[in-house]
Design a protein around this ligand. Sequence first.
Ligand SMILES: [Zn+2]
Length: 239
Amino acid sequence: MPPPPAPTRPPSAQGPFGHALAGLLDVLVPARCAGCGAERTQLCPACRHALAATRPGPTPLPWAHAAAPYADPVRQLLLAHKERGALRLAGPLGEALGRAVRSALGPRAAAAPLLLVPMPSARSAVRARGHDPTLRLAGAAARSLRRCGLDARAEPLLRHARPVADQAGLSAAERHRNLHGALTVLPRARRDLLGRQPVLVDDLVTTGASLAEAARALADAGLPARAGAAVAATAHRPG
Ligand SMILES: [Zn+2]
């Protein structure tokens, strides 16, 4: 018997019409929880709770907090949103990201308006997926922060200055070398950030090398980030 097909969207669902088609498929295909596979729901109460109930904590970068450890079901929810176009998960994932932002900033969250700066995705990845998952999560996080009474919006102000090698399998030092100088700040960043606190946001923090490079790019442009935040962080040994 052949193996069951992988739960991905058909190739025709990729590209600029991916969103519309994904929305249609949401209606036509009986939903399963993206976190655990429970039937007749896109996000079951248990997985919603797993995402909403964790206390944010620091990542390998002390100035960046993550809402949850990178473990199922949060891992599955992030993958479904990023790779399988489960766009409705952006709301609850963005809410978790918003909690990580507030945790990382502490009382400073209310000190001045916030500008969430998502980690940039490679253009080829955005084309292949039909959307920019990190930008979408940043927008959802800004909305959730506004619901908490904070002034927050999201702007993609970073881009790649050069291509980088795949980070998988590289040591922390190699990742640092691979990424140094990889990101640059858009010219409009200074205007967009006027009077606002820049906060770097990402879906997942592993070693922290990418966030550190983004912080370097902002600092070199004279716009130092106040904090960083992610939905999830992989386990690490502190120190
Ligand atoms: Zn579930």
